[in-house]
Structure formats: structure tokens, C-alpha cells
Design a protein around this ligand. Sequence first.
Ligand code: ZN
Length: 229
Amino acid sequence: MHSIVYNYIELCKDKAFTGIDDPRVIQGVHLSDSEEAYVCFTFDDGPTSNYTPQILDILNKHQAKATFFIFGRFATEHPEIIRRIAKEGHELGNHTYSHPDLTSLDFAAIEREILEAEQAIQSIVDYRCKLFRPPYGIFSPETVGVVEALQYKFALWSRDVQAYDWELPGVDKMAEEVLSHVCNGSIILLHDAGGNREQTVELVDRVIPILKSRNYHFITMSELLAQSV
Ligand SMILES: [Zn+2]
């Protein structure tokens, strides 16, 4: 059923990895060098009542936009945060309803997970997600087919900028990684849920002004994808 299982997080740990050979799978955008540069911060697994509002405050303070890949069940628990994300001009992406490993499910169940998450979001805000990100970065080519048939883009992140914020490596280490590897078109994976995210909050507040001073603009993932065409 699932012909190959990709674990993107594990694959990215291999320095020799050059990306998944499937043009349907977005693994960063490469924009040419120019005066103005663009980057997208993505936050997975929220919303949470403690970290998501802090991140939104920081994004507001720096006039930055971002993309939030929403855990559907948490959307139901925190509708006011979903409304706030949308109202403040950020992008909402679909990250399933209950965050399963999609390769453990049959195709009908994958479809249900995605549609349930979409319904959870749509019951709160008048919004239709354009992007889908698979939980744990684990998927198969067939999963991509299901997602595309439902009219989403299959949205991973840049393999060459990895903060690994869920491993709590410390703000200094994450900031160094981001600041030394970011390039025009980077899509950076971060989390606003799933454990203690104080380091992530601090990282975002620290690196945004530095990157802005290097002429980086913080835009949503769909805006970034539009820049590449
Ligand atoms: Zn996730």
C-alpha cells in the first residue's frame, strides 16, 4: 500500500542527503540572490495557550508573518487562538486532526484525518488551508497523492536549516544554526507545542531582528512559494 516510507527528519540528519526526488514535495524554495531576501518561519503542532500567543506577540512586534501548521484537535480546544492567527495575517496550514504517522493508516483514514482538521479550522474561521504538512515528516509517495487530490500542496521545510527545537539544544545553538545557514527562500521548521517551547520563543525574538537587519522579510509559506514562480 505505502510503497516507500520517507522519514524526512531522519533523512535530513544525513549530510549526504540531497532531497526527496519528487517535485510534488516542497523542501524549501531557492530564490536567487538579491538585495531583498525572504524567509518563512513555520510553527507546527499548535495552537497552545501558552506558547502560540507569545510567538504571535513577537511576530507582531517585529511585523513578521509566519505559517502555523495546525493540529486539528488543538484548534477545537483553542478557537480564539486560531482566530487570532488568521486575523493577524499569518497562514494556517493543515497538519491533520490527531497527528498520526500517516504511513500507519490506509488512504481513506489519511483523507479523514486531513478533512477533519480542515473542518475543525473552518468551524472557527472562514479559511481553507492551501498547505499540508505530514506529522513527524513521515510519508509515502501515495500519501502525497492523497494530499494532492484534496488540493493541498505537500509542504515540508528546508533541509539545510535545521534548528531541531524539539530537542531543546539551547537558544545559542539554534540561533547559530539559523543565522549561518539561512538563505533567500528558506523555510524553517519550529514548534509552538509538544513540550517546553521557551527556547523556541526566545529564538524567534532573537533572530528576527538580526535577519531583518540583513534585509530578510518574514512572509508566509504560500507567499514564499509565489515568489519562486
Ligand atoms: Zn507535528
